[in-house]
Design a protein around this ligand. Sequence first.
Ligand SMILES: [Zn+2]
Ligand SMILES: [Zn+2]
Length: 345
Amino acid sequence: MPKMKGVVYLGNHTVSVRQDIDVPEPGPNQVLIKVAYAALCATDIHGMEGLIGMPAKGPDTVIGHECSGVVVALGSEAEGKGLRVGDHVVGDPGMYCHYCEDCKAGRKCTAKHNRGHGVMAEYKVYNIDSCHKIPDDFPLRRAALVEPTTCVLRAIDLVQPEVGKTAVLSGAGGIGMLLLRAIKRAGAARVTVIEPVEEKWPLIRELGASYIINPKKQNVAEECQRITGGHGYDYVYEASGTSAAAPVCLDITGYGGKIVYFAVYPADYELPVNLNKLYKKEGSLYTVFVHYTNFPRAIRFVQEDDPVIDKIIGLEFPLDRAPEAFEAFHTSKYSKIVLKCNEDI
Ligand SMILES: [Zn+2]
Ligand SMILES: [Zn+2]
């Protein structure tokens, strides 16, 4: 059986690159893709440690879920179903059976189907309905941002920001930067970002923030009141995933405000909610998961955005140097880091 390189988790926040992973064979309704770029995401870390409801990853399972690539083989029954060899694609990490109650009820994302191995490898198999064709002129590197953008669009849809209303975002990681872009393009005003890593500030400004707060040096609640003239924000997005940043969201939301907790928090963290403080505001709390129907929209959104969106990818490593990429990821200095999984595409 032909072998390929793939990134596996060894425990203790470390990964290694194995050279002896079997190249997967597409089943009847599957396609084999040659992976172009795989992006690192905090969810990979949570997933490796078993924090998001999936079993913790062992040294035999390739990790990663955000990627772009090129179709190189079709399964025996995949012909005529929208994809051909040579097509450029992005993958949905979800695998759907279409027959269980969750799939039939449109809650496909919560269906507990085996997802197969991850994308940080030279090849990856997808069910044909979990693989989305992208235009040939859509750079494959930028296309690695599509999967996280499907979650970002879900966060936008849940609260439906209105043009001219105010928004604040806590945490400018990969998701945070994409969310900032979407919030700005949705028409929000006084867009404010709370981010302690000042190296990220020039890009935060370029992506559309009017104000930036350093939570390590400034009083977040006071700054937010000052910027909004004492009203608080209409939309509050918490995307830092740190428990220290979560409670203040309740204080900086304004009347009728909508607070979106868009991160995976530590499994034992409990948010203190003072309902007395919140009730007069008629505030609402939201959480966000993925949504598979957003792929066509996310493809158009990322492809047609200004090239400034490319700058969200701060570093690129070849697949062989994945351990260095994860070390860089843990510094929090780079919003998005990608692995180039094949040199020839
Ligand atoms: Zn992700
Ligand atoms: Zn199902």
